[in-house]
Design a binder for this molecule. Structure first.
Ligand SMILES: [Zn+2]
Ligand SMILES: [Zn+2]
Length: 114
């Protein structure tokens, strides 16, 4: 088997055989950073902690009284970003009622509910 020789990357660096140039690694890291993180979408550690606390205090669905599995924002984050972590804006819900509410809400804006 011939000895693998280092290659020259388009960026000018000498890259050992079988390895990726650091410029490719850096590019990938940059593109990962471009993607919105969970926290940028409004769901970060603070929200998870606030949600867990709310579920502990209000373990029943506000609609039907079943055990709640999630916390809904009464005013959506999009509508009221400043109330994202406001406990008075939280409503414990079971996934069934939340699904219904979400469908109703989306429909009310004239969007087609799929
Ligand atoms: Zn390179
Ligand atoms: Zn429910």
């Amino acid at each position: 088997m011939p000895t693998k020789t280092p290659r020259i990357c388009s960026c000018g660096r000498v890259v050992p055989a079988g390895q990726r140039c650091v410029c490719a690694v850096a590019r990938k890291a940059a593109s990962d950073a471009d993607r919105p993180t969970a926290s940028q979408r409004g769901y970060d550690a603070d929200w998870r902690a606030a949600r867990a606390k709310h579920l502990a205090r209000f373990p029943s669905c506000v609609e039907c009284g079943d055990p709640a599995t999630l916390v809904d924002h009464i005013e959506t984050i999009r509508k009221a970003p400043h109330r994202r972590l406001d406990p008075t804006n939280f409503a414990s819900m079971c996934s069934t009622c939340h699904g219904k509410k979400t469908a109703r809400f989306d429909g009310s804006f004239g969007r087609t509910v799929r």
